[in-house]
Design a protein. Structure first.
Ligand code: NAP
Ligand code: GLV
Length: 309
């Protein structure tokens, strides 16, 4: 098969991908440009520029190297009839669980506040809650959300999960559907977002939603920036409605240098690094999918275009 690698990444990362995929796909023709476009069977993509997948008459599969496919689905030039599979890697889920645990632990124990006070040379130990006294709402119980919920529960947190369809997750209390959300938010000391970005979830976190959260709650967004109305989040932080926000993703990335999030004392910024696709494990996952395609077996983690994830 001829495989096009269309990734919007730097030269070093592109070279890493070429090496890892080349080793995992011996015998396949791996190309980095659209030269010979008539022969391309599979496109392996990470945020390809608009138009990168047009004019490929033989294209049978689009493999996303990202878990979230919102940008791909928003691109009208991506051929609608070609199946898309997304990256699902247990090691990536584990990385997300580490980031979530760090954020929740730091919120729970007030470590972000201590970091702020260090800059003021302020010595002021405050009281300490137990993990069992802290309720965390995990929104989205898919690959990432489930790994996060289980990790937090194992650490002793009271975890509430939320998804579209009823889901079981290792004894964790879960709720489904829109009406359950507000009650769940009202109970949570920390709200952690791991929903996919779809028409139903865009702008979910707005002034009304922040207003329904527990006074002084922490907010962690590890999913997509467009889930959040950023001006409303700033107002909720400034007004004391929320205690602190940990943000990995933003409406505009990279986060513009003059954005208030950078300097806001109650915001911790990460550069979209909560869980990165790692070529060392992901290349093998891609290779498994290509073998399935070649052998006519079912493809793993097909994207449902109607649902948007
Ligand atoms: P996934 O396996 O598709 O899981 C999505 C979850 O969200 C499912 O539990 C789904 O519930 C739920 N959901 C979807 N729409 C919903 C709605 N309208 N209301 C309630 N629940 C809804 O996705 P994933 O692999 O866990 O990834 C989640 C997102 O994380 C990705 O889309 C991506 O944006 C983000 N991500 C971020 C990073 C990072 O580094 N920051 C890395 C990877 C992924 P049902 O199954 O019941 O429909
Ligand atoms: C990263 O954000 C991903 O969707 O893989």
């Amino acid at each position: 098969m001829s495989v096009l690698l269309a990734c919007d990444v730097g030269a070093d990362e592109a070279a890493q991908w070429r090496a890892a995929l080349g080793a995992a796909l011996p015998g396949e023709r791996l190309v980095g440009t659209r030269e010979g476009a008539d022969d391309i069977d599979v496109a392996i993509v990470a945020n390809p520029p608009p138009g990168a997948l047009t004019g490929l008459p033989r294209l049978r599969l689009i493999q996303s190297l990202w878990a979230g496919v919102d940008r791909l689905l928003a691109d009208p030039t991506v051929p609608a009839q070609v199946p898309i599979v997304r990256m699902v890697d247990p090691l990536m889920n584990a990385a997300m669980a580490e980031t979530a645990l760090w954020a929740v632990l730091a919120l729970h124990r007030g470590f972000f506040r201590y970091a702020r006070w260090q800059r003021e040379a302020r010595w002021a130990p405050h009281g300490q809650r137990r993990a069992q006294e802290v309720t965390v709402a995990v929104l989205g119980l898919g690959q990432m959300g489930r790994a996060v919920a289980l990790r937090l529960a194992a650490q002793g947190y009271r975890v509430l999960g939320w998804s579209t369809r009823p889901a079981a997750a290792g004894g964790i209390e879960t709720q489904a559907g829109d009406t359950a959300l507000d009650a769940l938010l009202a109970r949570a000391d920390v709200v952690l977002n791991l929903l996919p970005l779809t028409a139903a979830t865009r702008g979910l976190f707005d002034a009304a939603r922040f207003g329904r959260m527990k006074q002084g709650a922490g907010f962690v967004n590890l999913a997509r920036g467009a889930h959040v109305v950023e001006a409303d989040l700033l107002a909720a932080l400034d007004g004391g409605l929320l205690h602190h926000a940990v943000l990995d993703v933003f409406q505009t990335e990279p986060l513009p240098a003059d954005h208030r999030f950078w300097s806001h004392p109650r915001v911790t910024v990460l550069p979209h690094a909560a869980a990165q696709t790692d070529p060392r494990s992901a290349a093998g996952i891609v290779a498994d999918n290509l073998r399935a395609l070649r052998e006519g077996r079912p493809l793993a983690h097909l994207v449902d275009r109607a649902r948007g994830y």
